[in-house]
Design a binder for this molecule. Structure first.
Ligand SMILES: Nc1ncnc2c1ncn2[C@@H]1O[C@H](COP(=O)(O)OP(=O)(O)OP(=O)(O)O)[C@@H](O)[C@H]1O
Length: 373
């Protein structure tokens, strides 16, 4: 009978290593103090102040070109800011009085393309950040990091022999092996196909928790930011628009931009009263709003409730598409000159042309004073 080493078998099946075995680090506090940056006079980061607490995973979220990568590069010391300071554990690493290069900042970096050296074996790639150690010690640390990501059995292979998902795990092992106090990750999952992405995110998060490193993770995907981040910093045009937990950004968005980022929205007319707003679906509380204010009222499609005619505002089903867990239903609404969209579970019972009554869950109504700046 052949005995199969269960660890190797798991690795061959593409599994990650044993949870709880990643080496822990001493997490650092990373702070940006009024940091600005430009590329040859064109501003990219504008007056950003932000503190990432020890052991925290902070997601920098935003559309392409809003300055996320630049902010990460400023933390790493790959770019130099035009104003402000970067501090690690209250010590200035980038600012008027000194500027430390990346290798002196005690940070780990992980890029979107993994940036593995093709001519080095997997173990040598991981040992690259451990050159300051004695070779035997470096090899032991590198193997331990590789085992944690389930790739100890591939140490002598070369990157081209690995799948995209496996290369991502090597890049993670290389980033954590030197036990950095701060880990900076730029879109680390964007090269993976959807099927893999969820499990890789979960495994990566559990590795991050074990290492206890402070982490900034750049992403343009709101769902990824909500899954991964203790807090999210949403960026727009080089500045932070809102900083908070996923719950805060989703349920108490600072403005329409933030709300639109996290959900598709139906934007409808509303008439402002004193502390409330009147719409075709009824009156909603809107603290701080005064009669005469210009306002934007938005309804999340998942908050639209359909019932029998007479149960709420009169409407008619115009279109219906099944998209997996829900049906997307377009509705004509009495008194509105444009259709609205609803996401309905078991929506198959609503046929095109059917008359319905429409109500809205108040939790999915968002009211903002219009920003006319
Ligand atoms: N090396 C560069 N030279 C000149 N301009 C640059 C350079 N790198 C970025 N920019 C510009 O700076 C702004 C911020 O870019 P940055 O890459 O930080 O944004 P991002 O949010 O990370 O975008 P993406 O998600 O597309 O990477 C953009 O307008 C971009 O075009």
């Amino acid at each position: 009978m052949t005995l199969i080493d269960p660890k190797l078998a798991a690795e061959r099946a593409g599994r990650w290593g044993v949870r709880g075995t990643a080496a822990a680090t001493i997490a650092a506090r990373l702070a940006f103090e009024r940091v600005s940056h430009d590329y040859d006079g064109v501003p990219s980061v504008l007056d950003v102040s932000l503190t990432v607490e020890p052991g925290e995973v902070l997601c920098l979220l935003g559309h392409s070109g809003c300055g996320k990568t630049t902010l990460l590069r400023l933390a790493a010391g790959i770019e130099r800011q035009s104003a402000g300071r970067v501090l690690i554990n209250e010590r200035e690493v980038g600012g008027p009085s000194r500027f430390l290069p990346p290798e002196k900042r005690g940070i780990g970096l992980m890029f979107q393309d993994y940036a593995l050296f093709p001519h080095l074996s997997i173990i040598d790639n991981v040992m690259f950040g451990l050159r300051a150690m004695a070779r035997d010690d470096a090899r032991r640390e590198a193997l331990s990091a590789l085992s944690r990501v389930g790739l100890g059995g591939y140490a002598e292979d070369y990157p081209h022999a690995l799948s995209g998902g496996e290369q991502q795990r090597v890049a993670l092992a290389r980033a954590i092996a030197p036990r950095p106090g701060v880990l900076l990750m730029d879109e680390p999952f964007s090269g993976l196909d959807r099927r893999l992405r969820d499990s890789v995110r979960d495994e990566t998060l559990s590795v991050l928790r074990e290492t206890r490193a402070t982490c900034i993770l750049v992403t343009h995907d709101p769902e990824e930011a909500m899954r991964m981040g203790d807090r999210i910093a949403l960026m727009r045009k080089g500045a932070i628009t809102q900083l908070g937990t996923a719950d805060e950004l989703y349920n108490r968005p600072a403005d329409l931009f933030v709300a639109r980022f996290f959900s598709e929205l139906n934007e409808i007319e509303g008439v402002a009263g004193e502390g409330d707003v009147e719409t075709v679906f009824g009156r909603y509380s809107a603290p701080g709003v005064k009669a005469g204010d210009k306002i934007d009222v938005s309804l999340r499609p998942q908050g639209i409730i359909l019932g029998e005619p007479g149960e709420g505002r009169a409407g008619r089903v115009v279109r219906r598409r099944f998209v997996g867990e829900v049906d997307l239903i377009d509705l004509a609404v009495e008194g509105l000159d444009h259709e609205i969209k609803a996401r309905i579970r078991d929506g198959g019972r609503f046929a095109v042309g059917m008359d319905v009554g429409i109500r809205v869950d108040e939790r999915d109504v968002l009211v903002f004073k219009r920003d006319e700046s």
